[in-house]
Design a protein around this ligand. Structure first.
Ligand SMILES: C[S@@+](CC[C@H](N)C(=O)[O-])C[C@H]1O[C@@H](n2cnc3c(N)ncnc32)[C@H](O)[C@@H]1O
Length: 282
């Protein structure tokens, strides 16, 4: 396989993003995608892992689940409905596939493994599917989150999403998550701290001014670059108690410290070694 240098991905994506084609076009080519939620096994695996961690396995009937950043599909609504739960899917754009047949096929897959998804045979569009699942899909990010009723959610989960929330919105997003969770509600998050340019730390080479500029933010490789210790502190400041499930580390820091932008020069080795983590928040 050809090893494409990290910097050429930045150049290519900035140029491609300026061309007059919408997200659907690039999604079909596989060049810009928001995750893997259009793959049945992946959706079921992600859903089960977060429910199990939250201790809700077999306890989902009548629960309300909030998925942050569902990406390319609304399939979580269908798997949750198979367990008697309702879902609010909340993203920062309308990225979910509108292909009704994809969701009908997904429901068949659920039946094959013994679950009882709603009958989607009459659904003509994704609004019908959401209705049949008693679920909602909101796509205005933090503004949508602010509109959710307080103390209304049993489980919040996200998979490879928190690192994509704009840096200046992260803390408020955590505060809003705390507000919408019921008293005994639980949040479960998987956070990927690798750069989205090749899986290293090349994103830390850039100053905030460049990285937070609109051409970088809109080009599909944006991550907020909030490292582990700060992210955990921001979660605690929002009022959460933290339970770490798993912390993944590189053996060696994947970027020479001399290459770090000034903003990251103070980071300790352990913060630079952590490439991802799973956390439960209460
Ligand atoms: C890498 S994709 C992951 C998608 C999906 N969770 C998966 O595992 O395939 C990151 C997702 O986070 C979403 N996102 C970014 N900022 C967000 C925000 N403020 N609120 C909710 N979702 C957000 C993106 O639009 C995108 O759908």
């Amino acid at each position: 396989m050809v090893n494409i240098p990290w910097w050429s991905k930045i150049i290519a994506k900035i140029i491609l993003n300026r061309l007059p084609f919408g997200y659907k076009f690039w999604q079909k080519l596989g060049l810009f995608r928001h995750g893997k939620m259009d793959n049945s096994a992946y959706v079921i695996g992600v859903f089960n892992s977060h429910c199990e961690r939250a201790g809700l396995k077999g306890e989902l009937k009548d629960r309300v689940i909030l998925e942050l950043g569902p990406g390319d599909s609304i399939a979580t609504a269908i798997v949750a409905a198979s367990h008697g739960a309702k879902t609010i899917l909340l993203d920062s754009g309308k990225y979910a596939s509108q292909d009704v047949n994809l969701y009908k096929f997904f429901a068949e897959n659920l039946r094959d493994i013994g679950l009882k998804p709603p009958d989607l045979s009459e659904a003509e569009n994704i609004e019908d599917i959401l209705d049949l699942c008693g679920s909602y899909y909101y796509t205005r990010g933090l503004s949508s989150l602010k509109a959710i009723e307080k103390n209304s959610i049993d489980l919040i989960f996200s998979q490879a999403v928190l690192e994509h929330i704009r840096e200046h919105e992260f803390q408020e997003t955590m505060v809003e998550c705390k507000r919408v969770l019921k008293n005994y509600g639980i949040a479960s998050h998987r956070i990927d701290l690798k750069d989205h340019l090749g899986g290293g730390l090349n994103n830390l080479r850039f100053s905030n001014r460049v990285w937070e500029s609109s051409s970088f933010v809109r080009s599909g490789f944006y991550t907020n670059r909030i490292r582990y210790s700060r992210m955990v502190s921001l979660m605690e400041e929002a009022g959460f108690t933290i339970e770490l499930v798993k912390v993944d580390r590189w053996d060696t820091i994947p970027l020479a410290k001399s290459k770090l932008a000034t903003e990251f020069a103070h980071l300790c080795d352990d913060d630079l070694l952590i490439k991802g983590f799973d956390v439960i928040l209460r």
